[in-house]
Design a protein around this ligand. Structure first.
Ligand code: PRP
Ligand code: URA
Length: 208
């Protein structure tokens, strides 16, 4: 069974309030989604493996540490793109793979329309990122897509989840830990998270 972590951090909660507000404009929405992505990443990477390296400071040689494995961010298009810059602020060496998923508005089933990953997903730590974990269908299909390319060490990073999405992801991928800024109450009958923040892709990109 995967670990499910709700971040519970005052700075994250503060920014979540901003993005939940329907009066927040596109610029502020985008900035805050990125910032939350960065803050979550800082918190959930404490256990990444490091290795010893030698560097020469202006004073002397010394042994210090650096990340032992590549980190690969895999945003689920479109809305996952909104978190990438914020995560790369924290991990500038992270590589980025992309997987495109859209939900059929009637069946809510995900459809993959694009996939491109760096070779490092096989041995690296893969962060599959998408702000919204609703039915869990898109996240589950995206994780299946990275596993098919050999990824083994995978974490799911989202902003808003709900019990339905967490249950589905856990059932389909019990090996993938889930990290969320908030766990909401439920899905409504058209597949939106309640209270949620509305359509994240539209709010990020100013569509609709
Ligand atoms: C949204 C969101 C997730 C998905 C979550 O994407 O960004 O990818 O829905 O829903 P699920 O858990 O029920 O699969 P959407 O399909 O609206 O596409 P978009 O990102 O291009 O707007
Ligand atoms: N996708 C969104 O963008 N918002 C939701 O509430 C559910 C799925």
């Amino acid at each position: 069974m995967a670990k499910v972590t709700i971040l519970n951090h005052p700075l994250i909660d503060h920014k979540m309030t901003i993005i939940r507000d329907k009066n927040t404009n596109t610029k502020s929405f985008r900035e805050n989604v990125n910032e939350i992505g960065g803050l979550i990443t800082y918190e959930i990477t404490r256990d990444l493996p490091t290795k010893e390296v030698e560097v020469e400071t202006p004073i002397t040689k010394t042994i210090t540490r650096q990340l032992a494995k590549d980190v690969i961010i895999v945003p689920i298009l479109r809305a996952g793109l909104g978190m990438v810059d914020g995560i790369q602020m924290i991990i500038p060496t992270a590589k980025v793979g992309h997987v495109g998923m859209y939900r059929d508005e009637e069946t809510l089933e995900p459809h993959e329309y694009y996939a491109k990953f760096p070779n490092e997903i096989v041995d690296g730590t893969v962060l599959v990122v998408d702000p919204m974990l609703a039915t869990g269908g898109s996240a589950s299909a995206a994780i299946t897509a990275v596993k098919k390319r050999g990824a083994k060490d995978i974490r799911y990073v989202g902003l808003v989840g709900c019990p339905e999405g967490v249950e589905r992801l856990n059932a389909d991928h019990p090996d993938v830990d889930i990290y969320l800024a908030a766990m909401d109450e439920k899905l409504n009958d058209v597949g939106y998270i309640v209270p949620g923040l509305g359509d994240c892709g539209d709010r990020l990109f100013g569509t609709k």
